[in-house]
Design a protein around this ligand. Sequence first.
Ligand code: FMN
Length: 137
Amino acid sequence: MNQVIYASRKGNTKKVAEFIARGLGVKPEAVGPATKIEHADVLFVGGALYAGGIDGKLRTFLETLKSGQVDKVVTFSTSAGGKTILSAVKSILEPKNIKVADEAFYCKGSFLCINMGRPNEEDLKHAEDFAKKVAAL
Ligand SMILES: Cc1cc2nc3c(=O)[nH]c(=O)nc-3n(C[C@H](O)[C@H](O)[C@H](O)COP(=O)(O)O)c2cc1C
């Protein structure tokens, strides 16, 4: 079973999460105190960059994740400038021996007047295709 959780303050990463989840045939879940992972083969974790860092709720979730709960984590991100959440996620999970894939999905996200309209239709199609590809591995 694959699972999709995400943090999104302005809706960009939420849109991507919906298409990642569509590619997997599951429902995405906004991360929060009630988020529970029974066991995920692949846990897709989505987030954005805010002042160079990841969302606090997402960080808390990752800090409480245990190695037995997931076989592998795959990340997806949006940001204005091109930075992804991958290194932040790795720095939290790898010390706990949770595998985080180097291959990740990223697309630009709108922010004020930067990257207007992103993610766009093409970005979302790429997100769906990325999820299908990972699921088929
Ligand atoms: C308060 C705030 C701070 C941000 N800081 C950064 C940043 O440091 N680097 C960056 O590339 N984008 C930054 N952005 C842009 C967001 O990463 C981008 O808009 C992202 O798509 C937002 O995702 P969301 O709609 O899922 O919240 C920032 C956006 C906001 C609202």
